[in-house]
Design a protein around this ligand. Structure first.
Ligand code: GRF
Length: 201
């Protein structure tokens, strides 16, 4: 399965996929990396891996849908069947989702459905939960909402510090994203309403 990775910043989750690909451990093929921010450090990492990159600022577009259509045009030549949102800090529209026949997945830094939104780690720490984690899920029309593919849990101390928590969570994110991407690319996921079954072979 050909996949495009969508990023906005640092790109460590994207890098985990590219490193796995270089090591022959990724069941999908990353055909391109797109960023809505031209200055995203992720783009340098992608280039260093020899992966095609593309960027497009949202500024010139009247609404989310117009931007998403322009993004699809921009990446059309990659012929990606699926998209991975790896720190892509934009809400995608149904037009975006329709551009990927095998679907779109997202990595989120909390145990959904707890703490959706742009500040999952900060919100979990502020709430005082003693367990948080990360979630990889299929993307649907609602934010951080679609069927869950994989999760990892992380125990938190009392009054956990958000920055320290983010650093501890990151390796779990990388592991979870790789696992979910491989299951998806291998055609082993069967979505039944909200639930995702995993075929063993
Ligand atoms: C990660 O915490 C991811 O879960 C969230 O945004 C962050 C991106 O980090 N969606 P990176 O750019 O992959 O390093």
């Amino acid at each position: 399965m050909q996949i495009a990775v969508f990023v906005s910043g640092r790109g460590s989750n994207m890098q985990a996929l590219l490193d796995a690909q270089a090591a022959g451990k990724l069941s999908a093929r990353v055909v391109g990396v797109f960023s809505n921010r031209a200055e995203a450090p992720a783009l340098e990492i992608a280039r260093a891996h020899g992966i095609p990159v593309a960027t497009l600022s949202a500024r010139a577009y009247a609404d989310r849908e117009a931007y998403d259509r322009a993004v699809l045009d921009r990446v059309a030549e990659w012929q990606a069947e699926g998209a991975v949102l790896a720190g892509y800090m934009r809400i995608v529209t149904p037009a975006f989702l329709a551009g990927f026949p095998r679907g779109v997945i997202n990595i989120h830094p909390s145990l959904l459905p707890a703490f959706p939104g742009a500040h999952g780690i900060r919100d979990a720490c502020a709430w005082g939960v003693r367990v948080t984690g990360c979630t990889v899920h299929f993307v649907d029309e609602r934010v951080d909402h679609g069927p869950i593919i994989a999760q990892r849990a992380l125990a938190l101390p009392p009054c956990a510090d958000p920055e320290e928590t983010a650093a501890r969570l990151l390796p779990l994110e990388h592991e979870t994203l790789l696992e979910a991407t491989n299951l998806w690319a291998e055609g082993r996921l069967e979505v039944q309403g909200r639930r995702v079954d995993i075929r063993t072979s």
